[in-house]
Design a protein around this ligand. Sequence first.
Ligand SMILES: NC(=O)c1ccc[n+]([C@@H]2O[C@H](COP(=O)([O-])OP(=O)(O)OC[C@H]3O[C@@H](n4cnc5c(N)ncnc54)[C@H](OP(=O)(O)O)[C@@H]3O)[C@@H](O)[C@H]2O)c1
Length: 396
Amino acid sequence: MSSKVRIGLFGFGCVGRGLYDILSRNNTEFHVEKVCVRQRYKHRGPDSNLFTYDPKEILDDPNIDIVVELIDDHEAAYSLATEALQRGKAVVSANKRMLAGNLDTLLGLQKDRSPSLLYEAACCASIPIIRTLENYYPSGAVHGIEGIVNGTTNYILTRMFHDGLSFGEALSLAQQNGFAESDPSMDIEAFDAKFKLCLLATHAFGVVLPVDKVFNYGISTIAKEDIAYARSHGSTIKLIARSAREDGQLSAAVLPAFIPLDHPLSSVGNEYNGVLVHTPYSDAQFFHGRGAGGHPTASAVLADISAAASHYRYNYDKTQSDTKPAFTNDIAVDVYCRYGDTDIARELSLDSIDRRYSSKTHNYITGRVQLEALLQSKSVRNTDVFVGVLPVVSQS
Ligand SMILES: NC(=O)c1ccc[n+]([C@@H]2O[C@H](COP(=O)([O-])OP(=O)(O)OC[C@H]3O[C@@H](n4cnc5c(N)ncnc54)[C@H](OP(=O)(O)O)[C@@H]3O)[C@@H](O)[C@H]2O)c1
């Protein structure tokens, strides 16, 4: 027992329990010393002596080597992670909101020889995408990343497209099947996907994105008419997180997009995630896997625990590159807009209009708009408006 790496675990929910379960099977390397949770009355299952409600029992224990933070409170997670790092303990986290919102400070805390802060599970759960971007691709090698990085919205969109469900019906089904939380707003309004995109962009391009300036637009106003429009154009609709480099600049946004049915991302169904990494000489690589769930997410946490035990750390080499791109929203996107009473063409200041159509129930326009105009527009958040990116994402 004493030669095992000792873990202090915060959180015993979906992922924490999943990790405990995996470690309980045939694990000879790691020992969970303590688990800190919030509520005293809950029945936990394993030995009650394992549990504490006092974070100090983990943070102040010199025998604990690695702190694993798997809680659902991003502010508490930030203070736990920083305190642990300052006490010389390695930290493994899955909390994309905490990480993306504090990345500059967290990078500052990780000086040479400091303990590791690893967070593979925070992006696309089981897909080993962060370490791949960090270590495999050298600085300047990645031209673009685009992916389906949120399992909840992908499940909802899959059910809308394949079963003809409305958004509300598909959301209820996702909640019944454990793929959406009772308050799903972070997922369906694309904040969760934006936090993940910010983390991916740091490891792909070396840029720490300003979270508040990255445009995110969710799926809650997608109607059956939009799905029908996609289908009639040989496409489906997916929530796409995309960041691309061009002429020394880096754009980033999360928006629903029309994806042709022969595009690799169209085949990513249900709660699965998929990421395409675009490179100039080797075309695109496609990563696919389970994007949520206790065991899939815990498997990435375990990989990080193992890496931290071997003193692996992210070097963030690309953030030091002289040629790293500068963030911009100064790009144009081709869009489809469905609207009711809002005069959307005027409200969005469309640069150009390709097509206009009106029926008794709805109107739509296709055209070109500046991303900055979308970011500034209040109308784009109206319930009678849906904006999707055309003609979609590129294949290479
Ligand atoms: N679920 C997934 O598929 C998934 C996938 C990727 C990443 N993640 C991330 O993983 C993290 C955990 O998610 P989850 O789904 O496992 O959450 P969850 O099921 O809601 O469980 C959250 C756990 O955190 C504990 N907790 C909350 N605040 C705490 C505090 N201040 N101190 C100690 N414990 C605290 C709760 O304690 P009580 O039990 O006492 O309430 C609970 O055990 C989140 O950051 C999430 O974004 C989840």
